[in-house]
Design a protein around this ligand. Structure first.
Ligand SMILES: Cc1cc2nc3c(=O)[nH]c(=O)nc-3n(C[C@H](O)[C@H](O)[C@H](O)COP(=O)(O)O)c2cc1C
Length: 183
């Protein structure tokens, strides 16, 4: 069993999502969810934006297929996902490989993988909040993983830019949530 650990934050050691994915992977490693960890830092080593030529390069898709558990750090940038993560998604959402259209419409072909996504947001976008309509990160990621046959699990740390106290509290809560997810 292999864990694919992906970070995307540009904030290095100050990143909340990196702290949360690290905690998750440390707990998951060696359990039923995976012995081996493959790490991809998409901020340090971005995948080029998609071109027709690059469709021929299946290395990112192969790495995705080889993984049983995928842990992704996803900070909110401009109401949605970092462009580095979108470039990765463009390499794994491939017709005939991870989805297909059948008699009943689209069908996900990547079933059976566990995907856990650590979301970090400066503001508050949870249901019922004034900015909820601008939340295009969690909703997008849920939609795109559902499309390929995966129900992702989320750990959310939000309101991180509101005050240092709220940041500490939100990260603490998210780290607590990782215990439940790894149990
Ligand atoms: C380029 C950029 C755009 C951002 N856009 C938003 C945003 O639209 N909404 C928001 O709540 N926070 C926004 N933030 C704040 C980040 O979501 C927040 O700092 C979060 O902690 C980043 O995750 P990290 O700590 O893992 O780097 C933005 C930060 C950056 C650097």
């Amino acid at each position: 069993m292999t864990i694919l650990h992906i970070d995307t934050s540009i904030n290095g050691e100050n990143s909340a999502s990196r702290q949360i994915t690290r905690s998750l992977v440390e707990q998951l490693k060696g359990s039923q969810w995976g012995e081996k960890v493959v790490y991809r830092d998409l901020a340090a080593d971005p995948i080029p934006h998609l071109t027709l030529e690059q469709f021929a390069d299946t290395s990112v898709l192969d790495e995705f297929f080889d993984a049983d558990t995928i842990v992704i750090g996803a900070p909110m940038y401009n109401f949605t996902l970092p462009t580095q993560l979108k470039a990765w998604i463009d390499r794994i959402v491939i017709a005939g490989k991870t989805f297909q259209y059948g008699a009943n419409g689209p069908e996900g072909l990547a079933r059976g993988k566990r995907v856990i996504i650590a979301i970090s947001r400066g503001g508050v976008y949870s249901e019922g909040s004034p900015a909820a309509a601008l939340e295009h990160l969690e909703t997008y990621l849920r939609g795109v993983f559902n499309f390929i046959g995966i129900e992702p699990e989320f750990v959310v740390a939000e309101g991180l830019a509101i005050s240092p106290e709220l940041r500490e509290q939100a990260i603490g809560q998210a780290l607590g949530e990782t215990l439940r997810l790894a149990a």
